[in-house]
Design a protein around this ligand. Sequence first.
Ligand code: AMP
Length: 196
Amino acid sequence: MITILFGPPGCGKGTQAAIISERFSLPHVSTGEMLRDEVAAGSDLGEEVAPIMKDGGLIPDNVMVRVIERRLAQPDAAGGVLLDGFPRTVPQAEELDDMLERSGREIGVVLFFDVPEAELQKRIAHRAEIDHRADDTPEAFVKRMREYEAKTAPVVDYYQERGTRVEYVNGNAPIAAVTDSILTIYGDQSPRGEVA
Ligand code: AMP
């Protein structure tokens, strides 16, 4: 099944995706990581997206849809994936639905990480000291939050209206406790498995 990890910058979705990925041997597909790899490699795509990312903006939908379509077509994605950072706009969510329908796949669950903004800000400031991500500056954080509220948050309503399963995760808790709540949401259903 496809799991979507969804939430504002710094909510912990990348951390949890890595843990769940390891535990169930499922690909962790992080569009942010894929783009950072392109930037590091100095590819055409990397050059195109680097200034937008640094500023905290969103990459155009058509670019992102191309990136994710290519990734989901790879053989390791056939048994399900953890999608971290995609979709980030309603048009991306619509394109993803079309893409999955064409390949006979479905979204099993959308995990919506809930974390207060003051805590997000603290986490990003902390991550800035460790990771040196170009977009972990206070200015880029403000822009990323604004983009999240304006363009990404509506994606949850889109899924709820379509009857896709959306589950809230209290992300304002220790890492292991957040993992436990995700495992409880899966219940006895494996994130690798078919949707019941
Ligand atoms: P992340 O690692 O998920 O925080 O993503 C880092 C940055 O990559 C974002 O702030 C955007 O600039 C870009 N990005 C990643 N995924 C997407 C997406 N689905 N749509 C648009 N931009 C994205």
